[in-house]
Design a protein around this ligand. Sequence first.
Ligand code: GDP
Length: 174
Amino acid sequence: GTAQQKKDTKVKIVLLGDSGVGKSSIALFLCHGRFSDKHQVTIGAAFLHHTIQLKNGESMKLHIWDTGGQEKFRSLAPLYYRDAYGAIVVYDSNNVETFNSLKYWINEIKSNGPRNCYIMVVANKKDLPQKLNAEMVMKFCQQENVSFIECSAKTGENINTLFEKIASRIYSRY
Ligand code: GDP
């Protein structure tokens, strides 16, 4: 499409990963600029909007979908994945079990999402003791052909950066 169409379109990004890894905290930090330990548990999917500034001076409106706890049922409606330009697959780097679920979530988006969906694995809770070897995780991400970044929704480290990266990659694809 034209540059104007790109500007006006809301770009859908979905958050995936086990319950408790920090998906809501990441989205809330991006939108509100702070960490809140006491946000309400959402029932059903939650939506957040955020305009991200790209390095080329353009901006992109992100429409961020959070599962709102439905990941507990391990099967999200196809509607959730439909039309997603990007998927953020989150695990808790302090919790090995949540890393073991990554393959499941990556497979979910690869089989239910658009063929061209940009997938980024996010290791959250970088502020806590790290229980996984970053090199091993990077190797896994290379094999899966997905991007990888570490962040903390508590300190805010890399939160903006990760969304800037996703937005610019999506911008250059469409
Ligand atoms: P979700 O179920 O994936 O949406 O996870 P939440 O955003 O609800 O976070 C689960 C718990 O982890 C909450 O108690 C958060 O306060 C906490 N949390 C989220 N991100 C971080 C982080 O980067 N560091 C630390 N220490 N705690 C976090």
